[in-house]
Design a binder for this molecule. Structure first.
Ligand code: NAD
Length: 342
C-alpha cells in the first residue's frame, strides 16, 4: 500500500527535490498539490500525472478532508505559513509533514502538536538528515562508542546569500529569522546527533558584516553549548559564509562529515584514516525520509523526525536569540531527551 502525499507550496524545494524524490518512493507517491499559482496547476498535472480533482488552492484547501487519495499533507511554504497550513491539514484529518524550521516560534510548534493530537494524525518534520545513512553512522558512533565517549562537537552550516534566493528568506515576518532559522537548524541538529544528547546550556554571539543587505534578519551567529552528557560544542551558521561540516571528537579519535547536510551523498572520514562509505545506490535523501514517515504511519515504525524534535530546535533557537539579546549570557535549557530519536 502506498500513501498519497499532497505537496503544499510548489517552490524550489517542492519542485526541485520532493516531487522528483516521490517518483522512486516505495510507501508513498505524489497524489496531489496545493498551490496559489494557477499556471502551476496545468504544469504539475501533466508532468506528474495528477488528476484534476487532487488539485487545490489555498482557499479551497480545507475540502481536501473529503479526498481519500490524500493521506499526508506536506507543507513546503515559507516558515511563517507552516503553522496555519499544518493545523488546517490536521483538522482535515490528514497526517502532516512540515518543512524545517517547524514554525517560527515554540508557541506555534505547540499549536501544531496540539492540533495533530486532537485530530489523531501523525506529525513529522522534513529533517532529511535524520534518515540519511551518514548521519545514522555518526549516531551509531555515539551509541556504540568505537572511539570511546564523545568529548566535543563542532558544526558549521552556512552559505553566501544572493539574489537567486526567494526574497521571503530575508524578511523576518516570513522567515522568523535569518541564517539561524534556515541553516542554523542543521548546525544545531549536527551538534545534537554528534553529542548523542541535548544541550543543557547555551550562549551565543551575532556578527554582522553586511548590514545593508541583511536589514532585519540575522546574518552570522556562533554559539557554544554544554550537553547533558558533559560534551561541549560549538556551532556556526551564516548567510554570508559557506559551511557544511560536522566534527566529533571522541576519547580515542574523531569523525568528520564534510559535507554534512547537503542533498547528498555526504562524505566523511574517521581518525583511523577510513572513509565513511555506504554500498548503496545514490538516491534522494527525501525518498528515504518520506518513505520512513509513510512506514511510520503504516506500521508504527519509528518517526525519525517527530514534532517534539521540531519544537526542541525552536526552543534552542529562542534560547540563542535570548542569549544574544543579553550580551552572550549563558541560558539554561531543560530539554531532557526531547526529540532524541535513536
Ligand atoms: P521557495 O520560495 O522556493 O518556495 C515557497 C513557495 O511558497 C512558493 O511556491 C511560493 O509561491 C509559495 N508561497 C505562498 N505564499 C507565499 C508568500 N506569501 N510569500 C512567498 N512565497 C509564498 O522556498 P523553498 O526553498 O521551497 O522553501 C520552502 C520551505 O522549505 C521553507 O520552510 C524552507 O526552510 C524549507 N526547505 C527545506 C529544505 C530541506 O532541505 N529540508 C530545503 C529547502 C527549503
Amino acid at each position: 500500500q502506498k500513501l498519497g502525499i499532497a505537496l503544499v507550496g510548489l517552490g524550489g524545494y517542492a519542485g526541485g527535490q520532493l516531487a522528483p524524490a516521490l517518483q522512486n518512493s516505495e510507501h508513498c507517491y505524489l497524489a496531489g498539490i496545493v498551490t496559489g499559482t494557477p499556471s502551476k496547476e496545468e504544469e504539475w498535472m501533466k508532468k506528474y500525472n495528477i488528476p484534476k480533482e487532487n488539485i487545490y488552492n489555498y482557499d479551497n484547501f480545507d475540502s481536501i478532508a473529503n479526498n481519500e487519495d490524500i493521506d499526508i499533507v506536506y507543507v513546503v511554504l515559507p516558515n511563517s505559513m507552516h503553522a496555519e497550513f499544518c493545523i488546517r491539514a490536521a483538522k482535515a484529518g490528514k497526517h502532516v509533514i512540515t518543512e524545517k524550521p517547524m514554525a517560527v516560534s515554540v508557541a506555534e510548534c505547540d499549536a501544531i502538536i496540539k492540533s495533530c493530537k486532537e485530530n489523531n494524525v501523525k506529525l513529522g518534520v522534513g529533517f532529511r538528515m535524520q534518515t540519511d545513512p551518514y548521519t545514522q553512522e555518526i549516531k551509531r558512533f555515539g551509541k556504540e562508542k568505537p572511539f570511546g565517549d564523545v568529548k566535543y562537537v563542532s558544526s558549521d552550516a552556512g552559505f553566501i546569500a544572493g539574489s537567486w534566493m526567494t526574497p521571503w528568506r530575508l524578511e523576518k515576518k516570513m522567515a522568523g529569522g535569518g541564517a539561524l532559522m534556515d541553516m542554523g537548524v542543521y548546525a544545531i541538529q549536527c551538534c545534537i546527533y554528534g553529542a548523542g544528547a541535548n544541550p543543557v546550556s547555551i550562549s551565543a554571539q551575532e556578527f554582522s558584516t553586511k548590514p545593508e543587505y541583511f536589514k532585519n534578519v540575522d546574518e552570522t551567529i556562533t554559539s557554544q553549548m554544554k550537553f547533558s552528557n558533559d560534551v561541549v560544542g560549538n556551532m556556526f551558521t551564516s548567510y554570508n559564509a559557506n559551511g557544511n561540516r560536522l566534527f566529533v571528537s571522541y576519547e580515542r579519535g574523531w569523525a568528520e562529515l564534510n559535507p554534512a547536510h547537503s542533498y547528498g551523498p555526504l562524505a566523511g572520514r574517521t581518525s583511523k584514516g577510513e572513509e565513511i562509505k555506504f554500498p548503496y545506490k545514490p538516491q534522494y535523501q527525501q525518498t528515504i525520509q518520506m518513505d520512513a514517515f509513510a512506514k511510520h504511519i503504516l506500521t508504527d515504525s519509528p518517526n525519525y523526525a517527530p514534532g517534539e524534535m521540531g519544537k526542541r530546535d525552536l526552543m534552542i533557537i529562542e534560547a540563542i536569540y535570548k542569549s544574544i539579546e543579553q550580551g552572550g549570557k549563558t541560558i539554561p535549557l531543560d530539554l531532557g531527551n526531547m526529540g532524541i530519536v535513536e
